[in-house]
Write a protein that binds this ligand. Structure first.
Ligand code: NAD
Ligand code: USQ
Length: 382
């Protein structure tokens, strides 16, 4: 298949582009490299040193003989996007290319506006480009489990059967997102659903949980292919952050009581889930939703797991409960369905002590790159 990976220079997109290329697909990366510029804005960095996009694809070609084309530009520039569609004639468009940090979206008005315009308008442009240039193209869009929030009932995959005043219907599952970033994903989902209905576009919304790890078989082939690994209070996510904190002798930063439960998956499963979606396209006009995670944990559980594994490696680590900078429930019911990807063949890489040790080793190898001032959270929701 001819597959565009938008956001293919990022944490999820880069390993996905490599994996799909290895499987024999013709892969093109579209990315405006804004994530690297945000590192400069935040005076932060990836724990792992990362090569430029040009160096990355050149190394991949040298090692495998496979070419990944790159288009450096912004989804918000429709002329650029139209040209990419004309040149690549994609069968599938994998859309990772959004501002994905909840704290970043909560810094101030400018950052909230940037997040929502970048994400919502970029996605709307992709929908129009599919309609105009590749109406058969399957949109594989990265959404988030955070679209649902933490309702006091089971979370279904996209839709909920309800009975009201004696009548029944299957309706989009209610959304209660917890940041302006998470809200942007809800707005995207609505736009995609509407485009499927009116234009007959085929789309899969992958409501992904928090991704942990960094390595895949492909990124481990050479240091130039290494993936980024975020640790700072803005882009670092729960489990990866705790492991890097353990590696650098920092207390593990559990926000509030730590009863917040979230869905998680290994980056190795992210790439496989995208492949599964691509190999099993949605029907014309179908807006399909998969919940993309393998397990869920409370933040406290994760901190304790990391503390235990770090202790076995000789690293003494404290779990510290700091004031929660977010507005979120710290004790709540959580049960989410995730059968659709499993039914299509996903075999989960579950979170074991070995997996935590693997990420810890990567963090220890580069721990001197961690800028200590960036570890504590600095952005408040209020
Ligand atoms: P990332 O920031 O590492 O990568 C996103 C990439 O998209 C970056 O390389 C960035 O330069 C690019 N980009 C952003 N806006 C763009 C635009 N307008 N035009 C072109 N390129 C643009 O993020 P990630 O962690 O790889 O996440 C990828 C996607 O998966 C996001 O949509 C995110 O919401 C979703 N997701 C991520 C996680 C996670 O834990 N990382 C969990 C659930 C969902
Ligand atoms: N948390 C801590 N301590 C930390 C970091 C986070 O207790 O040091 C808590 C947060 O308060 C929250 C939970 O851990 O309750 C998850 O936070 P996170 O920063 O790991 O993840 P989140 O902000 O939800 O965002 C990440 C990605 C985002 C993706 C989302 C999936 O950045 O792109 O959409 O995970 S989900 O959580 O399912 O919405």
């Amino acid at each position: 298949m001819r597959i565009i990976v938008a956001g293919g220079d990022g944490f999820c997109g880069w390993p996905t582009a490599l994996y799909l290329s290895k499987q024999g697909h013709e892969v093109s990366i579209v990315d405006n490299l804004v994530r690297r510029k945000i590192d400069d804005e935040l005076r932060s960095n990836s724990v792992t040193p990362i090569a430029t996009l040009e160096e990355r694809v050149a190394k991949w070609k040298e090692l495998t003989g496979k070419e990944i084309k790159t288009f450096v530009g912004d989804l918000n520039h429709y002329d650029f996007l139209a040209e990419v569609f004309k040149q690549t004639e994609p069968d599938a468009f994998v859309h990772f290319a959004e501002q994905r940090s909840a704290p970043y979206s909560m810094i101030d008005r400018e950052h909230a506006v940037y997040t929502q315009s970048n994400n919502v308008i970029g996605n709307l442009n992709v929908l129009y480009a599919i309609k105009e240039f590749a109406p058969e193209c399957h949109l594989i869009k990265l959404g988030t489990m955070g679209e649902y929030g933490t309702p006091n009932i089971d979370i279904e995959e996209g839709y909920l059967e309800i009975e009201h005043n004696g009548r029944k219907d299957k309706l989009p599952y209610p959304k209660q997102p917890g940041s302006f970033y998470h809200l942007s994903k809800v707005h995207d989902s609505h736009n995609i659903m509407f485009a499927c209905k009116i234009w007959g576009i085929r789309a899969t919304d992958l409501n992904q949980g928090v991704v942990y790890g960094l390595h895949t078989d492909e990124t481990e082939m050479d240091p130039i292919l290494a993936n980024r690994l975020d640790y700072d209070g803005v882009y670092g996510t729960a489990l990866n952050r705790f492991i890097i904190q353990a590696a650098t002798g920092h207390d593990l930063t559990v926000y509030g009581t730590g009863g917040q439960t979230r869905a998680f998956l290994n980056i190795k499963d992210t790439v496989r889930c995208v492949e599964i979606a691509a190999e099993n396209p949605a029907d014309k006009g179908e807006f399909r939703v998969f919940n993309q995670f393998t397990e869920y944990f409370s933040v406290q559980d994760l901190a304790e797991k990391v503390q235990k594994v770090a202790g076995e490696t000789g690293l003494e680590t404290e779990v510290s409960h700091i004031d929660n900078p977010r507005v979120e429930l710290e004790q709540h019911y959580y049960h989410a369905v995730n059968t659709k990807l499993r039914d299509l063949g996903l075999e989960p890489n579950l979170l074991t002590d070995e997996v935590i040790k693997g990420i810890l080793t990567a963090a220890l190898n580069h721990k001197d790159r961690v800028i200590k001032e960036n570890v504590l959270p600095s952005i408040s929701w209020k």
